[in-house]
Every structure is written in structure tokens, then in C-alpha cells.
Design a protein around this ligand. Structure first.
Ligand code: SME
Length: 158
């Protein structure tokens, strides 16, 4: 397995995801440890897209607890239905937030985060984690991010 992620610089968002997905697949196919895989996926997304914050929160009882991530120190626990992450967990769906200041109950781990996407990781109809990505740019995420990040999360949920 190659330990390097290679994507063509200067191509669009969609192409970048298309190049990245098979590399993520082979990265995690060779490893059975969950933490190792979540850590490498967070690192790959951060490396390729330069997101401000990328990471996972894991379902632990009635809370989400901070898991592997890349970026500044973040809040460690989020209750069911709280913030964007807890809402994605409760509603079992991806949430795109173009402007975090307009999301009621948004939990601000950093004042630099301006927009956000949260994708639930679902196995046997149960959310077991969420992928959270924050950007310093307003309106950074769209349907393409939702589509491809859903695929990344599906790979991790097999
Ligand atoms: N903004 C998230 C909290 C996690 S941090 O962004 C890393 C939320 O509202 O759930």
C-alpha cells in the first residue's frame, strides 16, 4: 500500500474526490484498526483539500466523543441532537451549513469556522460516528461534497 496520497493539482472539486476515493479505499482496505483508518482518512482529506478542521466524533452512549481529527483542538463531547453534529446524528442525515452563525445551536469550537458539513456514518441503520468538516470560508460545501463524503463514510462503515 502506498502511504502517499496523489491528486492532480488544479482539477476541480469533483475530479479531486474522484481521484481521492480509490486511494482512500486502498488505504483502509489494508488495515482493520478503526482508529488508524479514521486518522488516515482525516489526514487525507485535510492534506488534499486543506480544510480548516476535519475529524470524527464517535457515538459513545448518549454523546458523541471526539475521535481522530486534523486541525485545532476541539470540543470533546456533544450531546444527542446538539449542534450540527448531534443534529446529523439524530436525523441520520448529512447536514450542510453554509453559514454557521445561522444554524440555531451551532457549537463553535473555533470562531474561525464559518461553514460546515457533517455526514453520519451508519451501520445497520445505526449512526456510529459522524464526519465533521469545517471551513474558514462561508458557503464552502455543496452537494458534491455531500455526495463524495457520503461515499467515504460508506467505505468506513463496511
Ligand atoms: N460545530 C460542531 C462542533 C464540532 S466542531 O466544529 C469541531 C457542531 O455544531 O456540532
Amino acid at each position: 500500500m502506498s502511504e502517499q496520497i496523489i491528486v492532480n493539482p488544479g482539477v476541480g472539486k469533483e475530479e479531486t474526490y474522484q481521484e481521492l476515493l480509490p486511494q482512500i479505499r486502498s488505504l483502509i482496505d489494508g488495515e482493520s484498526d478503526l482508529v488508524a483508518n479514521l486518522a488516515n482518512v482525516a489526514a487525507a482529506l485535510k492534506e488534499v483539500f486543506g480544510f480548516f478542521w476535519v475529524g470524527f466524533y464517535l457515538v459513545r452512549g448518549s454523546e458523541l466523543v471526539l475521535g481522530p481529527f486534523q486541525g485545532p483542538v476541539a470540543c470533546t463531547r456533544i450531546g444527542f441532537g446538539r449542534g450540527v453534529c448531534g443534529t446529523a446524528w439524530r436525523e441520520k442525515r448529512t447536514i450542510v451549513v453554509p453559514d454557521v452563525d445561522k444554524f440555531p445551536g451551532h457549537i463553535a469550537c473555533s470562531s474561525r469556522s464559518r461553514s460546515e458539513i457533517v455526514v453520519p456514518l451508519i451501520r445497520r441503520d445505526e449512526v456510529w460516528a459522524v464526519l465533521d468538516i469545517d471551513s474558514e470560508t462561508l458557503d464552502h460545501f455543496d452537494d458534491r461534497d455531500a455526495f463524495f463524503l457520503h461515499q467515504v463514510c460508506a467505505l468506513l462503515s463496511r
